[in-house]
Write a protein that binds this ligand. Sequence first.
Ligand code: ATP
Ligand code: MG
Length: 571
Amino acid sequence: MRASKLYAPTLRNTPAEAEIVSHRLMYRAGLIRKSAGGMYTFLPLAWRTIRKIERIIREEMDAAGGQEIMMPVLQPAEFWQESGRWSAYGAEMMRLKDRHGRDFCLGPTHEEMMTALVRDEVRSYKQLPLMLYQIQDKFRDERRPRFGLMRSREFIMKDLYSFDKDEAGMNASYQKMYDAYTNVFTRCGLAFRPVEADNGAIGGGHSHEFTVLAASGESNIAVCTKCDYAASDEKTALAPIEAVDEPLEERRKVRTPGASTIEAVRDFLNVPVEKTIKAVAYQTDADELVLTFVRGDHEVNEVKVLHAIDGALELRMADEKAIRAAGGCPGFMSPIGIKAGTHIVVDSTVMKMKNAVAGANEADVHFMGVTPARDFQDEGLIACDIRLVREGDPCPHCGQPLTMTHGIEAGQVFTLGTKYSEAMGATFLDENGKEKPLLMGCYGIGVGRTMAAAIEQNSDERGIVWPRAIAPFEIVIVVVNAKKEDQLAYAEDIYAECKEAGMDVLLDDRRERAGVKFNDCDLIGYPVRVTVGPKAVESGMIEIKVRRTGEIFEVPREEYRQKVQELLQTL
Ligand code: ATP
Ligand code: MG
């Protein structure tokens, strides 16, 4: 490929909306252009990288026993109605009707389609295990599309689905995928960590997210400072904190005028914040009120709350009317005096507290001397772990302190059990001729997000620094002055040689100033630059520069190819 013909419009400036490095650099380096909010075109350089990532993914999926197929993007509502997700999926699903008024969606994921495919064909345990995958555009009408390819509305996903005859088989498939994902992200040259994850609306058993470590990442992860435990903050299980043993006081009301926040109560009553109980009120998608309580210095983990409420799919902050209707008083709330039928979820640490301060469900009044295990005798009260992990909390595996970091979820693996196969009647006959539901797993990688994550991790003030495996081109040959025929001819010669040797090379033959070309090369981030200038023509010495380290080597013409290959081995 010749840069003079390449459609890679580089820019000096970036659009104001590009908040993170990968988005800015992809714009400036001429990799992507926006069509509409959360929708992007991949230009030739980006597409080469995407195809390299896809090739790595394909090789690893195939090696693990996956078979590639291609399903329609457009999916009939019927399958989703069978699984119950047509209503459960919510506003993220892009829905449409055909000319006959029948409902369809643009696939946000393909569990239903895959289950429907195999239920008609897989009849016997002899056909199992089976792993099918595709690499295809997915559609999600994200609440906040942002960060370029990180969270877009149309994006490329590899999704693989495993089908097994029993739990052991499902777990073996999961392990194969876990290993394959480890290989994929390692081969892409990324620093990542598999972290224990919540499995969200998809349901089922265990799950890991493959998280690329980056400060801009939207995932908060808790990492143990001692053992190898790592989990998303949504998932991190926390044991209750034991309270200091002390004689129990009588519960009593105190006036706390205007003290409707934890800080105000703490200051007004002059008690440590660890002695206060904080209330947060939510409403479910079915408009049911959920009152949650955590220690004053803790935060509520909404995902854990969601798991605690049967059938709830979404939570939003409750409106005041609903709180008052249940007998609650915003700013002065506790479970004491709340009407029956309200969901009350109390963090297990709160249940251990003694002589605490909590609201009295009256304006400007709190209780002191509250001991939840004694005072929260509400029927139907749910006591469980609902607090959000924070720096220094004990690791659930070894008890050592956890530290919090950020990451980008590039992939996720799940076991699904029989959730979809039971709902959709996907069964097979086992060794004894008994009909059983298939055991499933699903495994996704965001291809565009992986590319963006690679840039988040690999850039400097001049531009992208691609890991070799996913660089659009591994080598660029720059002609210092393409108007000089001797230089151009020399470079063409070298270029032809490299092509002949099967190297992944671009010739920058543009009639631009050398400085402009060097800047573009640094911005686009080719791992190795070969420079052909007057020196090469006169003395046969060729300059090689490594993008990542800035090292420069001068080698005689006979040796440059070997040197380039040697350098690439290290990148
Ligand atoms: P997130 O929590 O970031 O919204 P998710 O957990 O909903 O993602 P999955 O359903 O697990 O995503 O999809 C598999 C992979 O697809 C993700 O790990 C991610 O790499 C990618 N992905 C998901 N949503 C998007 C998006 N809006 N834009 C780009 N890639 C995405
Ligand atoms: Mg996910």
